[in-house]
Design a protein around this ligand. Structure first.
Ligand code: CP
Length: 328
């Protein structure tokens, strides 16, 4: 069992964290990125278990690379090749807590994640479930902070005031109301970011209504279907897949996929929609060119998509360092 004492904390979504702690972690992410090699060895002797029930490129690579750079070790555990398929989630999680310092889990169901949370005695990080994607949202805010710093917004040398860099930014998200949106809504509330949602597709089971109302109550949320006007008033325009990743190539979802494509095609981000807009273009990847975004935009001079993907590394590092620091 872990011999650490202190406050055990998990990251399910930013809405469960106090605002000042969200700001702190964003500042740490920027600091870790700017002073990358100073953090070498900070995870020495620690093992992260990365449990995946769904596919991943960025989450897998950035968590593992992050642990490597910090001097720790990461184990990839495929849910389907593990005994999570045979036993109870709680029992398997209790075991993981005996051999690992941290657990990151990408699960299909938030219910299973919450079951892991109830049984984990080491920090548990949500690597994306059906309801939330908090690590992505942190990387998104780090990307905006860096972009605004590059454009001359004032900051201090340590990067600790990254939250002030993002405060007041105007972000437009266009796409399906999904797990990425829920975590974006939560983090925008914590950081004072203006969010405009252009979400014609709103599956009720995907929406965290409490988080949505929280951001609206702060006067930071606009919802509209007028994409062209929205992008003209935006600093950042962000889109994501129209169909949950696990269903994209599943023949059982072909009918729903076609329905969504028909509904969402008028909301594709492309050169025509973005004409005259200086908004930076964001996408959390993987991209489905020709659907939510035309391929030409990936390398458009306004695109910061690969910076955003790169920033997953420092965002994960900051989360892991913060959660283990909490235990010391
Ligand atoms: N954005 C994101 O989470 O990427 P992966 O699904 O590839 O991990």
């Amino acid at each position: 069992m872990s011999s650490r004492v202190g406050r055990l904390k998990h990251l399910i979504d930013w809405k469960f964290w106090p605002d000042d702690e969200v700001r702190l972690v964003l500042g740490l992410a920027r600091k870790v990125k700017r002073h990358r090699w100073e953090y070498q060895g900070h995870m020495q002797g620690n093992t992260l278990v990365m449990l995946f029930q769904k596919t991943s490129t960025r989450t897998r690579v950035s968590f593992e690379a992050g642990m490597t750079e910090l001097g720790g070790h990461a184990i990839h555990l495929d849910w389907n090749a593990s005994n999570f398929t045979l036993s109870k989630v709680g029992l398997e999680t209790r075991y993981l807590s005996r051999n690992a310092s941290l657990i990151m889990a990408r699960l299909r169901s938030n219910d299973d994640l919450r079951e892991m949370e109830r049984h984990a005695s080491v920090p548990l990080i949500n690597g994306c479930c059906n309801l939330y994607h908090p690590c992505q949202a942190l990387a998104d805010m780090l990307t905006i902070a860096e972009d605004r710093a590059a454009r001359g917004k004032a900051e201090d040398a340590s990067g600790a005031n990254a939250a002030r860099l993002v405060e007041g930014a105007r972000v437009v998200f266009v796409g399906a109301y999904n797990n990425v949106v829920n975590s974006l809504v939560s983090i925008c509330a914590a950081l004072g970011v203006h969010l405009t949602l252009v979400c014609p597709l709103r599956p009720a089971e995907s929406i965290d209504e409490e988080a949505r109302q929280g951001l609206a109550g702060l006067g930071l949320l606009v919802e509209t279907l007028d994409l062209r006007t929205a992008v003209q008033n935006a600093d950042y325009v962000y889109t994501d897949t129209w169909l949950d990743m696990e269903y994209f190539n599943d023949p059982a979802y072909e009918k729903e996929k076609q329905r969504r494509i028909e509904l969402m095609m008028p909301y594709q981000l492309n050169a025509e929609v973005l004409e005259g807009s200086s908004a930076r273009i964001m996408h959390d990847m993987p991209i489905h060119p020709g659907y939510e975004m035309s391929e030409e935009l990936v390398d458009d001079e306004r695109s910061i998509i690969f910076d955003q993907a790169e920033n997953r590394l420092d965002a994960q590092k900051a989360v892991m360092l913060h959660l283990l620091h909490e235990l010391k």
